[in-house]
Ligand binder design. Structure first.
Ligand code: SAM
Length: 275
C-alpha cells in the first residue's frame, strides 16, 4: 500500500472517533515511520508495510488517547513521557505554571512542594525556569512517581526535584514557600468522554463525590503547615464553594483565575502571617 492509500484508509477508520481524522492519521503514520509529517506529502507514492500502523489506528479508533499510543505528550516548551496510569498534562495547567512562576520570581522563593506530580509536568517546567529552585513533589500512586522520575532524569533535574510517595503533604516536613497542585477535582458521577474515563487514571481525575473534597483538604493542610502561598487548578464550577470555604479557614486573600475559554480554572491563596 502507498502512503497516500494508507492515509486514506486510516482517515476512514478514524472518522467516528476523532475530531480531525486526517490529521491524526498523519500523526500516527509519521510516528510509525519515524518521519516528519511533511515526509508523507512529499513521498505519497512510496510503498509501505502497514501491519503495525493498522494496530496503532485501531487503538486510536477505540478512543485511546494519541499521547498514550506514542508514549509522549507535548506540554509547555517540552515533551514528556506518559503512559496509562499517568494523567496526560493539559494545556490549561500551563496557566497555573505561569502564575506560580510570577510568585516565585517576585518573592524569590527557593523551596516549593507539589502535590500530585503526575508526569512531572509542573515541577519539571518550573525547575527548568528556575535553576535554583528545589521542589519536593508527592503522589499517592506508583506509576506517576515512576514516570515523573523518568522525565526528571531525562532533563537532568534530579538535584532540583525530589519525589516522595505521600498522601497530600503527609511526608513533607520541610518548610516551603509555596505549594502548587493540580489535584483530582472532578465529581465522581460526572460524565467524561471515553478517551478520558476509559484510559486515564481515576486517582488523577476524581476528587470525591462532590469533586472539591481533596482541594479543601489541601487548603487546610497547607495552612496547617505554615506555608505562605498555595496555587491550585480547580473545576470550572468550584469558585463559589471554595470562596465560601476559605472564609471559614481564614486567608489573607484568594484570587481566582480563568482559562483561555474564560472559565474559572484555579486560584492562588496567600495565608495570613505565614512564611
Ligand atoms: C490531575 S493529576 C495532575 C498531574 C500533574 N501534576 C499534571 O498537572 O499534569 C493529579 C495527580 O494527583 C495524584 N493524587 C491523587 N490524590 C492524591 C493525594 N491524596 N495525595 C497526593 N497525590 C494525589 C494522582 O495520582 C495524580 O497523579
Amino acid at each position: 500500500m502507498t502512503i497516500k492509500q494508507a492515509l486514506s484508509w486510516a482517515k476512514q477508520q478514524l472518522q467516528d472517533s476523532c475530531e480531525r481524522p486526517q490529521y491524526e492519521a498523519e500523526l500516527l503514520l509519521a510516528y510509525h515511520l519515524q518521519k516528519e509529517r511533511t515526509y508523507l506529502i512529499s513521498h505519497d507514492n512510496e510503498h509501505i508495510d502497514i501491519k503495525e500502523y493498522e494496530i496503532l489506528v485501531k487503538r486510536r479508533q477505540n478512543h485511546e488517547p494519541y499521547e498514550y499510543i506514542v508514549g509522549e505528550a507535548s506540554f509547555y516548551d517540552i515533551h514528556l513521557a506518559v503512559e496509562e496510569g499517568v494523567l496526560i498534562p493539559r494545556p490549561e495547567t500551563e496557566i497555573l505554571i505561569d502564575l506560580v512562576a510570577e510568585i516565585i520570581e517576585k518573592e524569590n522563593i527557593r523551596n516549593i512542594a507539589e502535590i500530585g506530580v503526575g508526569s512531572g509536568a509542573i515541577s519539571v517546567v518550573l525547575a527548568r525556569k528556575f535553576p535554583n529552585l528545589h521542589s519536593i513533589a508527592t503522589d499517592i500512586c506508583d506509576a506517576p512517581l515512576r514516570v515523573a522520575g523518568k522525565n526528571i532524569a531525562s532533563f537532568g533535574l534530579e538535584r532540583q526535584i525530589e519525589l516522595r510517595k505521600s498522601n497530600i503533604l503527609d511526608e513533607v516536613s520541610e518548610a516551603v514557600g509555596l505549594v502548587v497542585s493540580n489535584p483530582p477535582y472532578i465529581a465522581e458521577d460526572f460524565l467524561l468522554a471515553s478517551n478520558v474515563v476509559d484510559y486515564e487514571p481515576k486517582e488523577a481525575l476524581f476528587g470525591g463525590s462532590v469533586g472539591d473534597e481533596l482541594l479543601k483538604q489541601i487548603i487546610l493542610d497547607v495552612k496547617e503547615k505554615g506555608t505562605k502561598y498555595l496555587a491550585c487548578e480547580m473545576g470550572y464550577d468550584q469558585k463559589e464553594p471554595l470562596e465560601a470555604f476559605v472564609k471559614d479557614v481564614g486567608v489573607k486573600y484568594i484570587k481566582f483565575y480563568q482559562d483561555l475559554a474564560g472559565l474559572d480554572r484555579g486560584f492562588v491563596i496567600e495565608f495570613e502571617g505565614q512564611r
